[in-house]
Design a protein around this ligand. Sequence first.
Ligand code: FAD
Ligand code: 2HG
Ligand code: ZN
Length: 454
Amino acid sequence: MLLDELKNIVGPKAWTNDEAALEPHLTEWRGAVRGRTPIMVSPANTDEVAAVVKACAAARVGIVPQGGNTGMCAGAVPDDSGTQVILSLSRLNRIRAINVQDFSLVAEAGCILASIQEAARSAGRYFPLSLGGEGSCQIGGNLATNAGGINVIRYGTARDLALGLEVVLADGAVWNGIRTVRKDTAGYDLKQLFIGSEGTLGIITAAAVKLFPNPGATTTALIALNSADDAVTLLSELRVALADRIEAFELIGSRAFELVRRHIPNTRLPFESPYDWFILVEAAVDPDQEELQNLLLQAARLGTIEDAAIAKSVQEAGQFWRMRHSISAAEKLEGASLKHDISVPTDRINAFLSSGKHRIEERIPDASLVVFGHVGDGNLHYNLHVPTGFQELATQIVYELVAELGGSISAEHGVGVLKKTALLTYKSEQDLNLMRSLKMTLDPLKILNPGKVI
Ligand code: FAD
Ligand code: 2HG
Ligand code: ZN
């Protein structure tokens, strides 16, 4: 009997079928999708993960790998058949190695992102992956979704930070691809297949990642503007002037901050006048040298920006970032919204924003837009509150525009179940067929996260 076998593999304290204990694992963080499971198992190490997979493969039972369950596309939640086993990675939480000379770190998949950042910091190094969910998401989940976040503009996505992986394959075999070598052209780069595959091709049990020197003193500024086009102009000017020492460059629409001020205590903007757009920029330059300040003064003189507040202390910079990172929570408190995590080439951001607004206003009454995101990467969170009955049309308008502008319907949150239909519509048949044949090769019994992505 599979369930008994799974219980034996992980031992008495590492499985549950208790309703209350399972509750947070059955639904994604906004509560939009809910599933059922006969059991959640929490193996302690790679061998136990492998044994769980082998047993599920023999019984042809689906496995849903779950990290911190902070994902935005319901990829970590089982379906409602009540048959899929949840495999929690949370007990695989050891940092296996930090090598300061090699600028690398090896961590098990269940390590919380913030704990990896902290481990790197304690060793005098820097791990740049950073996002709002970093206190609960796990490195395995970050790699499985190819997470982005706020520092992509300088350091790339999770994919760019990975050096090697250890993965349990669909038959329970362990692929040991943990290496920290930077250059390797000996055959296919297999780890990249698993990164961004959302648990559908293998279960990541450990990863080797890149570390960096600490960026040192940073200057943080909140900037007010009246046009998103100016944001793109400002970005390219700062990139050149600062030789790419821009750690983060986030665009925030006025409605996003309005929701934050409404729902999150102790938040306020440092500006008297109302503005349409804001940029939160962090640059690896010493605030005492006033390098960023001078560039912003020049931008104000040229009319690219309206106003700017430079953080006078680490605390003030923290307050600006707290407002930015509270947008999702504030939106959730405001009520259901349609999330679109899109990207377009950065020079088409303004075309996207102006045509998007125009097309939505023309066809959907009373729509309200909450726009923010990682504009330096051409990635916007284009979230819509629309009257009942208009959801499908709204999403169609957004994705058609994205397609026209050569963008992606999923920039950093993945596909899960929520973007599956969109993927089928907007990916080419050739792309989809290649994806299907990879899935068939690596998971012929279709037991790894069934029903997700493809
Ligand atoms: P889960 O949600 O547990 O899983 C996500 C997917 O990966 C699922 O399909 C799951 O089956 C699979 N998976 C998980 N672990 C493994 C594993 N070890 N092996 C194989 N498959 C696995 N995302 C961004 O990219 N950028 C942001 O700026 C950002 N900000 C966020 C802010 C907030 C407030 C929240 C709640 C979320 C945010 N996210 C962001 C989304 C989310 O945090 C990321 O997608 C994160 O990478 C998911 O990690 P997780 O451990 O929670 O994964
Ligand atoms: C962010 O950038 C996250 O804050 C969440 O990717 C986006 O809630 C969202 O739509
Ligand atoms: Zn984001």
